[in-house]
Write a protein that binds this ligand. Sequence first.
Ligand code: SIN
Length: 334
Amino acid sequence: MTEADLLSKMDGCVVVLGTGGTIAGRASRPDDLSGYVAGQVAVADLVRDIPALASGLFEVEQVAQVDSKDMDLVVWQALVARVAHHLARPEVVGVVVTHGTDTLEETAYLLQSVLKPRKPVVLTCAMRPATALVPDGPQNLSDAVLLARRAGAKGVVAVCAAKVHSAFDVVKAHTYQVDAFDSGDAGPIGVVEHGQVRLFRAWPAFADTADRETGVFDASSVKRFLKATRLPRVEIVLSHAAADGLMVRCLLDHGLNQSPAPLQGIVVAGTGNGTIHRSLLSALEDAMAAGVRVVRSTRCARGWVSTDPTGIPDSDGLPPLKARLALMLNLLPG
Ligand code: SIN
């Protein structure tokens, strides 16, 4: 990073968008780390006293105020629209999004897939509410701002407990520990140490990030996503011992003609290398014969699924939740 890069990044503006989550959670007592309500504190209050913000231009905007377990298309569309708006502003060097931890990996993957941004979009979060005796949110937010200002940064990443995760790999791996996220076999793309970013590998990118309209994100993909009136219905089923395919048969009986969102896809979280109990497989073959798109992922926390003789396409390394999003985005009307 040259001195000029550093100066231009400091002169540029970071926009912090709030969506809720535990980082904005409030409890009645500082020692209550579980009985709090997520999405209570305004993002304008969260950014107060963050030293990384004091040393550069920044703006804040409250896009939503939700517990991320309740994430939906309306909030996602609002977020995509606001991130796109700010990324297109030449003076904005990066966007930070405060988000609940529970569906952070889904929003990260969605933002990366839809926007394919050439500037950094940094999601951050907290496992302890803002009212905790020792909250983790302020440090995470400070690290996120540092990343958003980092010269050369691009794509969607998440930072939590000083680890920087790519949108492709990040998963929530722990129910309550502060270091709750993992990037599987790939590992984090870097760490934040002593106020510096140490990178282990490249920023997330798609092969085709070229954009004719904005040069900063994929405008046609954003338009397509913002036009959607509903998400295509893609359900996840799990293969396990003594599976009998009933879930899939129920989906076929009740979902195929479900209005306004008929069943269009199923992601199967298979055993091991994406293998599927023979009774479930037979139900999935019926689903494919009925025109439902089926994708094979794995219930294992680590590893890719290779091709197998079932003829069911694999998820290209994506875990079930992200494979579902990839299929939903693929099924959106053009
Ligand atoms: C949420 O996901 O909004 C609540 C849980 C959390 O942020 O840790």
